[in-house]
Ligand binder design. Sequence first.
Ligand code: PLP
Length: 567
Amino acid sequence: MTTDCSSVAYFSMEIALDPALPTYSGGLGVLAGDMLRAAADLGVSMVGIALVQRKGYFDQHLDDLGNQSESPTAWEPEKVVEPMLPVVTVRIEGRDVRVRAWRFLIKGLGGHVVPVYLLDTALPENSPWEQKLTDSLYGGDAHYRLCQEMVLGLGGVAILPELGHSLISSYHMNEGHSALLTLGLLEERLEGRALSSATEEDIHAIRAKCVFTTHTPVPAGQDQFPHDLVSRVLGEERTAALEVTGACPAGSLNMTYLALFGSRYINGVAMQHGEVSRGMFPNYPIRAITNGVHAVTWMSPAFGDLFDRHIPEWRHDNLYLRYAIGIGTSEIREAHVQAKRRMVAELKQRTGVQLDEKVLTIGFARRAATYKRADLIFRNLDRLRWIATHCGPIQIVFGGKAHPSDVGGKDLIRRIFESAAALKDVIKVVYIENYDWRVAPLLYAGADLWLNTPQRPQEASGTSGMKAALNGVPSFSVMDGWWVEGCLEGITGWAIGHGPESPDDEVFEIAALYDKLEMIILPMFYGRPTAYAEVMRSAIAINGSFFNTQRMLSQYLANAYFRPAVA
Ligand SMILES: *Cc1c(COP(=O)(O)O)cnc(C)c1O
């Protein structure tokens, strides 16, 4: 593989490549991996760029009270991925830092290969500190993070041609972490001339190549770096060039603004998130392409077998999942029973808790960030106890890591443990430690109901509910992110509270959650199992056939990659 036809280069701080590799932290990385897996299946010419993250994100440990501690989750690239020869340099804080790449190959169903390059600074020519730059995902302070973003954006642009990828038609920034690639492209175009000599035409030429997907609907979530740090690390000339882009409002370099400035196509990750983003950045033409998930990756073996029998084309063409609507409800239920049994067995093995296969099992697993409000279902324990005793038994499975410096997220986990202890005579609650790609699929397929209670409008998209839908697990969710589009009330699942047209109202949402559980969901689950199985089946046919990365990638192809520049 020395040359290629024109490709899309997909840059992401995290990419989930394999369940055993800790190169991601959550949804953003899983999305990146799913996108590239879809490209491999569809024969699209793409390459991925990320950092090697030798120490990964982290392993989560929880004590009996739910206190989280962390340990590094080191892996050895030497044993898993292939070293590439080229070495490029990135000038960081006045020193030349050497960067090389490891190659991971994603093979598609038809044999097409998408290479992913994991950048690495652990080379003997670099200082010990520089060698650690590609170690820890979202670790360290702002200084460390900015240096990592230089390696990703500038190193990635420099190394692609050396690796044989010299015809890149689009550079896609998956979130703002890779926004410095725009600067790298400008420097490449100027061939050593001063950045201050760049003309409007030069800027246009860079913009014509760049695509930006924003994922953050709250300003506080954006990557920002103080001016002194930026000028120290990037140098005076680059800092001056960044200042003229408008990416430094209030003196800080804001990576979202840089990416907005440097891109010809910009999108949010669900229709509603596009709307919210246009409100945040009114000066930019922001579109929306709703996220999806890689169906083959997230399908449980039981449902995979069922679809292979009825609609074997589903693997290479996910649209065929639409025809799940013709499969008998008894077969849907039987496949789900198998998936649930698998989850129950794994949970027993990991935690010692024996869940009951007959009991309605609610799943809630995602990063333990405060806005996701994992504890919303526990806001009125008396009411929840009453519901579980009078309308039918409930058990709940939780999972999720808090970022090591997120005090609020860690607190949230402790609160869940407290509520679990308070409920223990009535409702079994399991919190599974170290939630990651290895355990996640068991929960998405094994739960009976997938709960999602973010504070609106902070969930840009959310993807775990899409993975549940593929496996016939209906969502029960606040109307945010993808669910605004995916919710057909009583058909694909149930809404909690009002839609985006009304203001966020936590008290109302809590009441709506309990009301629907009590009056609609539990009576249907225990009293009308066939009706419940029809909801499961529609979740697959209506949502599984749409909220997948085949559809998503084809939308990026049609709207972002091969479309004339947007004025
Ligand atoms: C899908 C997935 C996520 C993202 O879930 P959200 O619902 O978007 O929060 C996070 N972690 C893992 C391991 C996943 O598979």
